[in-house]
Design a protein around this ligand. Structure first.
Ligand code: UGA
Length: 434
């Protein structure tokens, strides 16, 4: 089938590459000519493992095309996915300007039936606004549908998430729209497994809100348990393992640490709280999830202060700037909290990250960075671990101890076993295990 996808960010580009790899002919559209030029040259505007090869293979096979023109995309395919950004705008509400703009341009250019599919994470009821926009700008006398197909892929493992989904959720208002989407996903589901779920548009929109908020709740829950573990003298890793083996709970998203970040959970939990408030339900449970996440960073900061006593003039080496490994994304990353706070306290901060340094420096150009973990930790009074990169997991502790002034580690990701690190002569603090 022919498919157009507007927006070449994480969601749009990965979806486009995976649809084309499944045998469809795909046109990816972006209004940023620089991004489209990069893609024509075979360069990726985002970092995602495996994406470059996937794009290259499908471009060569003639199944994947790029353009800046929505008109071209609208003429190209019957189904048009909208995967443009919905960043928090004034007052924190999702900025829907780009979605509206796409709806308008598609409407102005369509001459026969088109199915517009929301793929970006959007507030519930967006489809109604989108429908109104299309009706307002439609030039031709033609039918159209609006559907919701929320994305569940994770940065860093986006390709395997998109090709082996647990489920594909589609919210549709007509048989035709549902059948078109089922046909698009058939080759992916046949190969990768997963269930195809048809539901109402609003239910599909809410499924996305409810899923991300539930996962965020799991993380805040285990972080709260971690604090109790420290007070009671228990080990949160052992507790999480004991809980996770119950199939009703499951082992995933029970890693305690410095709290969740990224472009999705903080924004999506906030959007769900706002939507609930708007609809007349005070979602106190989710407000507490947010509070726990915010205070989790303060909680780790307290450990640093207690350990260093005076922070001023101490050298702190930060391992990891990205919000999680396998990505260069720093949106809502814990590093954005710790770096300025430590600088305010006049610590000497040096950081290391294999791929997120450039993005971080766009916001904090003053931050000193090292190309190597041990250079970063040279003469440091404390190492703070914020991202569980493999390089950090495979640390050479003897080498680290040699370069540091005092061998102290505050591990915001619970990577190591406390007894083992302490046996090597380190003072080691983590979350929920002291
Ligand atoms: C998340 C969801 O997992 C995806 O299903 C969803 O499609 C995506 O948001 C989205 O809405 O677009 P993502 O933000 O890429 O994906 O990253 P996750 O792997 O979910 O991690 C989010 C944050 O939670 C990270 O900061 C991670 O370090 C933290 N986390 C995760 C924990 O602190 N503990 C855990 O046990 C798991």
């Amino acid at each position: 089938m022919k498919i157009s996808i507007v927006g070449t960010g994480y969601v749009g580009l990965v979806t486009g590459a995976c649809f084309s790899d499944a045998g469809h002919e795909v046109m990816c559209i972006d209004n940023d000519p620089k991004k489209i030029e990069m893609l024509h040259r075979g360069e990726m505007p985002i970092y995602e493992p495996g994406l470059e090869e996937l794009v290259e293979r499908n471009v060569k096979a003639g199944r994947l095309h790029f353009t800046t023109s929505i008109k071209e995309g609208t003429e190209f395919a019957e189904v048009i996915f909208i995967a443009v950004g919905t960043p928090p705008g004034v007052g924190g509400e999702a900025n829907m300007t780009y979605v509206e703009q796409v709806g308008r341009e598609v409407a102005e250019n369509m001459t026969s039936y088109r199915l517009l599919v929301e793929k970006s994470t959007v507030p519930a009821k967006t489809s109604e606004h989108l429908k109104r926009t299309v009706l307002k700008y439609l030039q031709a006398d033609t039918d159209f549908d609006v559907a919701s197909n929320p994305e569940f892929l994770r940065e860093g493992s986006a390709i395997s998430d998109a090709t082996r989904p647990d489920r594909v959720v589609v919210g549709v208002e007509s048989q035709r729209a549902g059948d078109l989407l089922e046909e698009i996903y058939r080759p992916i589901l046949e190969k990768g497994g997963g269930k195809f779920l048809r539901m109402s548009v609003t239910s599909a929109e809410l499924t996305k809100h409810a899923s991300n908020s539930f996962l965020a709740m799991k993380i805040s829950y285990i972080n709260a348990v971690a604090r109790i573990c420290e007070l009671a003298g228990a080990d949160v890793e052992q507790v999480a393992e004991g809980m996770g083996l119950d199939v009703r709970i499951g082992p995933l998203f029970l890693r305690a640490g410095v709290g969740y970040g990224g472009s999705c959970f903080p924004k999506d939990v906030d959007a769900f709280v706002r939507l609930s408030d708007f609809l007349g339900y005070d979602f106190k449970l989710l407000k507490e999830v947010q509070r726990i996440n915010q205070t989790q960073r303060d909680y780790v900061m307290k450990k640093i202060k207690q350990e260093l006593w005076v922070v001023q003039d101490k050298k702190i080496a930060i391992f990891g700037l990205a919000f999680k490994p396998q990505t260069d994304d720093i949106r809502e990353a814990p590093s954005l909290y710790f770096v300025p706070k430590l600088q305010e306290m006049q610590a000497k901060v040096c950081a290391w990250d294999p791929i997120a340094e450039e993005n971080f420096k766009k916001v904090h150009p003053e931050l000193e960075c090292a190309k190597d973990l041990y250079e970063c930790a040279r003469d440091a009074d404390l190492v703070l671990i914020l991202t569980e990169w493999d390089e950090v997991k495979n640390l050479d502790f003897n080498k680290l101890k040699e370069v540091m002034t005092t061998p102290v580690i505050v591990d915001g990701r619970n990577i190591f076993k406390p007894a083992e690190v302490r046996a090597l002569g380190f003072t080691y603090h983590s979350v929920g295990r002291d």
